[in-house]
Design a protein around this ligand. Structure first.
Ligand SMILES: [Zn+2]
Length: 74
């Protein structure tokens, strides 16, 4: 019916310093329980249990499979 013509693209490639890059990186995917490239933060656990991850990351295949939306895109 209607095509999404207005896409809110986020360009964050202005000045990327190599100090702390925690948004998009190689990390641990909580959905397939393994390391993955280009993981994104999906959700943050408010109560951090001992030994548990305080944040939930997902890789692109898992985000596509489970239709996960990163926190930054909400
Ligand atoms: Zn995954």
């Amino acid at each position: 019916m209607t095509r999404p013509e207005k896409l809110t693209t986020q360009h964050t490639s202005s000045t990327q310093t190599t100090t702390t890059t925690t948004t998009t990186a190689h990390g641990y995917c909580c959905w397939h329980n393994g390391d993955a490239e280009d993981v994104r933060l999906i959700d943050v656990l408010e109560t951090v249990s001992r030994g548990g991850a305080p944040a939930l990351f997902a890789c692109p295949p898992c985000r596509d499979r489970y239709r996960l939306v990163p926190l930054a895109d909400r």
